[in-house]
Design a protein around this ligand. Structure first.
Ligand SMILES: [Zn+2]
Length: 319
């Protein structure tokens, strides 16, 4: 069978499926874990990319009808968007999600409304419609819970900072993790780590604590939603932590100078884009690296995340 490159095998029981967000490669990943007569997906991408997701499962050699579990790191549209449609189409599927995220799946209208405020009439084309997940198809996950998928035991680690309903999934036996967005954005082949910092939950204190918790695991490898494998997690986390705070300083300076979100976003771009481009030239020679990072996590949303964080949590720094 000719491979279109949507699915790539990473381990004996693990595949990366590229959901091809907006027809682009290496923006949003889903990870397929294969057990005996069962399949699990770690994050499922946007509702709009349900087709490529299922094509990827087939390309890996499996029948989507065997998908039994969706393990969601958090309920943002780019990770959980397709969950409701999968549940509707596949009667055996159950959805694993942190306790705080579950209500947003059961009633997805609030997530859809807030996204529509941002994306307007581009909403449907970009993200599709996030269907609700019936309550009786949801398994609530709390910190420390173990989820067995085939030969793997995945431990849920509550890791807020990017979102208050965020978990990482830790596979101790293999020394790897599916860390979700609290591990940042780093597109394979480009040596650059960018912090995705959207409103309304951004917390630098929580994020620091989550990084510290993940660092303590001394992981061998990360499987990032945006995008792909990281083989030197210690270095990756150190860079992520540094940039998270550097951008905080940029945002804070901008706010003190009376700048708006667009202007602070432009400051982020001035600081980061030349570095991304430089790394892309040295690495995979991807000429459009800057654009692809922006698709995975955009500067405007990052600026809005920091602004809300400082206004809500640290008004004393703005006086
Ligand atoms: Zn994301």
């Amino acid at each position: 069978m000719e491979q279109s490159g949507i699915a790539r095998q990473l381990a004996d029981d693990l595949w990366l499926v590229d959901t091809q967000f907006q027809g682009e490669r290496q923006i949003i990943a889903s990870y397929l874990i294969v057990g005996e007569g069962e399949l699990a997906l770690v994050d499922v991408g946007a509702a709009a990319t349900l087709g490529p997701l299922l094509d990827g499962v087939r390309e890996a050699g499996f029948d989507p009808a065997d998908i039994t579990r969706l393990l969601l790191t958090h309920v943002h549209l780019d990770h959980a968007g397709a969950a409701g449609a999968l549940v509707r189409q596949l009667p055996r599927v159950r959805v694993y999600v942190h306790r705080i995220g579950a209500p947003h799946l059961i009633d997805s209208s609030r997530l859809m409304r807030s996204a529509t405020r941002i994306y307007g009439d581009r909403m449907e084309r970009l993200w599709g419609t996030m269907e609700p997940v019936p309550e009786d198809r949801i398994e609530i996950v709390d910190d420390g819970d173990e989820i067995r998928v085939g030969a793997r035991r995945l431990r849920a680690l509550y890791t807020p900072g990017h979102a208050i309903h965020h978990i990482a999934l830790y596979d101790e036996a293999r020394g790897v993790a599916f860390p979700g967005d609290v591990a940042g954005v780093s597109i394979e082949g480009i040596d650059f780590v960018r912090p995705p910092t959207p409103p309304p939950d951004l917390s630098l204190e929580d994020w620091d604590a989550s990084i510290t918790r993940l660092e303590a695991l001394r992981l061998q490898r990360l499987y990032l939603p945006h995008f792909g494998e990281v083989d030197a997690p210690a270095r990756h986390f150190a860079i992520l932590r540094r940039r998270l705070h550097e951008w905080g300083e940029i945002a804070l300076a901008g706010m003190r100078a009376g700048k708006d979100d667009a202007s602070i976003a432009a400051d982020f771009a001035r600081a980061a884009d030349p570095v991304i481009a430089e790394h892309a030239r040295k690495g995979a020679a991807e000429v459009d690296a800057v654009r692809r990072y922006e698709l995975a996590t955009n500067y405007l949303m990052s600026a809005q995340g920091y602004i809300r964080y400082y206004q809500k949590r640290h008004p004393e720094l703005l006086r």
